[in-house]
Design a protein around this ligand. Structure first.
Ligand code: GRF
Length: 193
């Protein structure tokens, strides 16, 4: 069972999943492996981590395509080469078209840095602070055609501290992301075994 992970930047969630797969021997336990890490940014730092861990990497620059649909169609073709059981969006900062989401329906997962359904969209930590939230967190969900909605698989909650800013809150949430995302992925794989 192949897992393909899409990133756009640091890829810390991707790295956490790769490490969990290594430490948990997902290959031996579930016949599951991280088959490729794909980015829309050639300079995504996560690509280096993937290469250092012997994982195939691909870059598809969205600026090289005439439309969102053209990019998504090309991306789907690249992903299909790996015949993935699961496609994991990990800090992948592109809104995907209904055609792409439909093609991977039921096997497309995302992590969002808020306690969905609160704070869909961007700048979630700043918005939580400005709203006076006492708690914040992260959500792993299956991807559907509506942005940041879809069946919730895992969540984690952290306190918002009085002196928090978006960066300090983001760091606290990110620590939890690295716990719940590997858990959601391995549970999905187990259910496919
Ligand atoms: C994280 O806040 C994640 O929730 C969001 O992208 C940010 C960076 O993720 N999806 P990563 O370090 O690139 O995995």
């Amino acid at each position: 069972k192949n897992i393909v992970i899409l990133i756009s930047g640091g890829g810390s969630n991707m790295a956490a999943i790769v490490r969990a797969a290594q430490q948990g021997d997902w290959a031996g336990q579930y016949g599951a492996r991280i088959a490729a890490v794909i980015s829309n940014k050639a300079d995504a730092k996560g690509l280096q981590f993937a290469q250092e861990n012997g994982i195939a990497t691909e870059v598809l620059d969205h600026k090289a395509f005439a439309s969102r649909e053209d990019f998504d169609a090309a991306l789907a073709q690249v992903i299909d080469r790996y015949q993935p059981t699961l496609v994991v969006l990990a800090g992948f900062m592109r809104i995907l078209t209904p055609g792409f989401v439909g093609h991977f329906a039921g096997r497309l997962m995302n992590i969002h840095p808020s306690l969905l359904p609160a704070f869909t969209g961007l700048h979630t930590h700043q918005r939580a602070i400005e709203a006076g939230c006492k708690f914040a967190g992260c959500t792993v969900h299956m991807v559907t055609e509506e942005l940041d909605v879809g069946p919730i698989l895992e969540q984690a909650v952290v306190p918002v501290l009085p002196d928090d800013n978006a960066d300090t809150l983001a760091a606290r949430v990110l620590t939890q992301e690295h716990i719940i995302y590997p858990r959601a992925v391995v549970n999905f794989i187990k259910n496919k075994s």
